[in-house]
Design a protein around this ligand. Sequence first.
Ligand SMILES: C[S@@+](CC[C@H](N)C(=O)[O-])C[C@H]1O[C@@H](n2cnc3c(N)ncnc32)[C@H](O)[C@@H]1O
Length: 216
Amino acid sequence: MMNRTTFFDHHAADWDADRPPEEDARLDRVITLTDVHLGYAVLDVGTGTGVLVPHLVRAVGPSGRIVAIDLSPEMLAAARAKGFPSSVTFLEADVHDLPLPDAQFDRVICNAALPHFEDRLRSMREMVRVLRAGGLLVISHPIGREAVNRRHREAGGPVEGDRVPAPETMMALLQEAGLTEMQVVDEPEFYLSRGRKRQPEDGCGRVSSPIDLPRS
Ligand SMILES: C[S@@+](CC[C@H](N)C(=O)[O-])C[C@H]1O[C@@H](n2cnc3c(N)ncnc32)[C@H](O)[C@@H]1O
């Protein structure tokens, strides 16, 4: 029987062809609300074919670093084939058990992926763990909550029951994961939630040291 990883492996080849034309403008809005700056270190969780990566590359510039993780080898192969600059590292990894040290990233962003995670709270705690104090975790769905839920119902199979959390559920999850300054934007065609990691007294540091990464 197909599980989520084989489902995404199966869809990797045609993933980009199915992207709606307005998605890039919405991803730019995601980047703006993620408040990404030159030199930042950013983790892209559930990167898929890397649709967010060109936006992140522009935002962090050559002095920034992007680590993009996914569980699906085929999705990662499609992303790697795009030939991104050496500031981008792709890793095959499970968000529930990230092979990354604590407090490495200025921003952690999870675009269009959270509903597929088996244990949302555990995955969010892992994403918070690798975030620097004062950094932002962003969970986004640029086509909006209802559209995502409808797509999953129609797709059937292992993703059929995967749902974007309602705003009140997301606020509770962000808080339980250890974040503060939580916000949820829940518009008909755009969803984004974010929260800041506590203990910001020394601010959200710009990248000044290399990220300690396992080999990809
Ligand atoms: C709907 S796709 C979105 C991909 C991409 N972020 C985008 O916006 O097009 C969700 C991705 O999450 C990945 N994924 C699902 N469960 C995961 C997990 N436990 N850890 C890491 N990635 C996971 C899938 O393999 C898939 O590539």
